[in-house]
Design a protein around this ligand. Sequence first.
Ligand SMILES: NC(=O)c1ccc[n+]([C@@H]2O[C@H](COP(=O)([O-])OP(=O)(O)OC[C@H]3O[C@@H](n4cnc5c(N)ncnc54)[C@H](O)[C@@H]3O)[C@@H](O)[C@H]2O)c1
Length: 399
Amino acid sequence: MKALLLENIHPLAVQILEGRGFEVELRAGSLSEDELVETLPGVDLLGIRSNTHLTERVLDAATDLQAVGCFCIGTNQVDLAAAAARGLAVFNAPFSNTRSVVELVIGEIIALARRLHEKSGKMHAGVWDKSAKGSHEIRGRTLGIVGYGNIGTQLSNLAESMGMRVIFFDTADRLAHGNAQRMKTLDDLLEQADVVTLHVDGRPGNAGFFGPEQFARMKPRSLFINAARGMVVDNESLREHILSGHIAGAALDVFPIEPKAQGDPFESPLRGLDNVILTPHVGGSTQEAQEEIGFFVANKLAGFALEGRTELSVDLPAVMAPQLQSGHRLGYLHVNVPGVLASVNQLIAESGSNVTGQYLATSGEQGYVVTDTSDPVPESAIKALADSEHTLWVRTWSV
Ligand SMILES: NC(=O)c1ccc[n+]([C@@H]2O[C@H](COP(=O)([O-])OP(=O)(O)OC[C@H]3O[C@@H](n4cnc5c(N)ncnc54)[C@H](O)[C@@H]3O)[C@@H](O)[C@H]2O)c1
């Protein structure tokens, strides 16, 4: 089976996939829709990061594809409904780079409060600007975290340990960590925070949710950070508020339009502004995180392709089948209608195979059942399942 890994995925992923018998092709950049349509036939497993967009058209062309590994946290670059409808498993690494993003944000809070970026730039230009004007400690300052999930909560803990007061706003019910205080509304947070940092997810409803009204609500001379998703912020409006002096500084790691490949030109209304730190979507890009993500997602892809395991799949029913140590396994993804499990078991019983384990899950319109047997299930039974109108796919593995 062939695995294609795009966007500079960590070599550990290659090592793991090759070690499990896959032929691996690596490419540094992402591919456009047309390039994907041309390249994907013949590819069984695809590894991407956030710049490769898998549309319905791409998935239709990917006739051999079984699974997609997003070597990152977000998965909204993939049409998940279309992937599920085609029985493709999609995996991601929901926790592997949380700490890296948090550490970048902590660094940025201090860098912005001390105007480090600006001062360093002047020094490189040969200007000695020794002054305390506009420089502040972060101790005692209020950090407003918007989106209190994996990253937001860990940031909350570290920021408190540095003496900041933490307030947060989340649309879901979230447990407050330490002394952090939940705000009832986003406006309440914006009116109190000295630093506002966004850590919301990439759901479509969040597109453009932070714009002129929200910047205007922020405290005069407050700081703004976005290391979540580029599309959530109106950067033209941020530019205006920085130029007017209302916002004293900002750090942006994500952008509505990001260059596709290393070295491609970067355009943004925020280029060239004082006390604005721009980084090329590197919040989660540390050696530690990349290695952890490479390990995590490569194992998920191999576990699915070689053993039918779907645990932590973001689109298919998640079946926690144990590692297949010996014997035979049949995986059956089907439309979730009554009676399917009974018909699978009847076919296996008729074949005379002894069932040694069975694991199943349903999610939405799909059901997935993994059955381990002592003897291989006969071809005739597999064909009968494959021919059923309810079948998405049926696969077998043997050790
Ligand atoms: N810069 C990077 O390199 C990098 C790396 C990793 C993750 N990220 C991004 O960071 C973000 C957060 O990641 P996470 O793992 O903490 O996600 P998460 O899913 O654990 O947390 C997101 C939280 O945001 C909340 N939320 C969603 N919309 C909201 C809204 N409009 N207002 C308030 N709360 C809202 C959700 O309820 C959830 O609690 C994601 O967008 C992710 O893509 C960026």
